[in-house]
Design a protein around this ligand. Structure first.
Ligand code: NAP
Length: 264
């Protein structure tokens, strides 16, 4: 097992859910963490908590990954002792609504594409040169089962997560011959703020997770730690992780026993 003590992990979307759990678990394993998200208050609080709880350094930086210039400026302007990024966790992402394409709102599509796909590319592009220069580093992309499967109303979100899968695979090809590792973790249903953001409806989100046992964010952070702590000659390319109650994007065994679609 490879130690990540004193390594630096850069995490997008650290203000909530999987990104926040990754921040905690990487810090617990001794890594320094750079926490980024749009909600600065949340990541500043998390940085304070992490420093107290795990005795490692944590830096909170506000970042909207949709903004190419902001991404580049933030990476360029990192304080001296934070400039070497060993692990990048491309986690920030969202879905907005479960509307069918014919009923969809194109401005929602822009946000989802600009975050899940373009944002991931901007951050990766800004951080890769230093990894290449050192010939070391690890990129962990959080994809989704929506990148392997399809469901009614999944349209744009599925498209972006299929794109994340393509980017992960192509990145591994582009980096072949270097020591840089690329892993993709693809969760099924995880109870986070994800559904609340998707539907802008707390009750609907709560109800969605009420009659099966979903994954929790720590389950996915645990997988990210697994990837990051393999020996350097091991690159975990892809992990699909379901809650036991889920068999595909369209099959969730809810308590009453029936298999229902994810979003019906
Ligand atoms: N929950 C699930 O069932 C599930 C399943 C499969 C895959 N995933 C994927 O897991 C990742 C994390 O989602 P989650 O479940 O942890 O949801 P979450 O609790 O809603 O967290 C999403 C995170 O992304 C950040 N974010 C969103 N837009 C951003 C932007 N433009 N710039 C920077 N940060 C942004 C949010 O921070 P701010 O709002 O503060 O910016 C938040 O920290 C996403 O890529 C999602 O697609 C989730």
């Amino acid at each position: 097992m490879l130690s990540i003590k004193n390594k630096t992990a850069f995490i997008t979307g650290a203000s909530s859910g999987i990104g926040k759990a990754c921040a905690e678990q990487f810090a617990a394993a001794g890594a320094k963490v750079i926490l980024t998200a749009r909600r600065i208050d949340k990541i500043e609080q998390l940085a304070t908590d992490i420093k107290q709880k795990y005795g490692v350094d944590a830096l909170a930086l506000q970042l909207d990954i949709q903004r190419k210039d902001q991404v580049a400026a933030l990476i360029e302007g990192l304080p001296q002792n934070w400039q070497q990024i060993d692990i990048l966790v491309n986690n920030a992402g969202l879905a907005l609504s479960s509307d069918k394409i014919q009923a969809g709102d194109p401005s929602n599509w822009d946000t989802v594409i600009n975050t899940n796909l373009n944002g991931l590319l901007y951050v990766t592009h800004a951080i890769l040169p230093q990894m290449l220069e050192r010939n070391s580093g690890h990129i962990v992309n959080i994809g989704s089962i929506a990148g392997h499967d399809y469901y009614p109303g999944g349209n744009i979100y599925c498209a972006t997560k299929h794109a994340v899968k393509a980017i992960s695979k192509c990145l591994r090809l582009d980096l072949a011959g270097t020591a840089i590792r690329v892993s993709e973790i693809d969760p099924g249903a995880v109870e986070t703020e994800f559904s609340e953001v998707r539907w802008q409806d707390k009750n609907r989100a709560k109800e969605f997770y009420a009659d099966f046992i979903p994954l929790v964010a720590d389950d996915i952070a645990d997988a990210a730690i697994y990837c990051a702590t393999r020996p350097l000659h091991v690159d975990v390319a892809e992990m699909i992780i379901f809650p036991t109650a889920q068999a595909s994007a369209n099959h969730l065994s809810r308590n009453e026993g029936g298999a229902k679609g994810m979003f019906d």
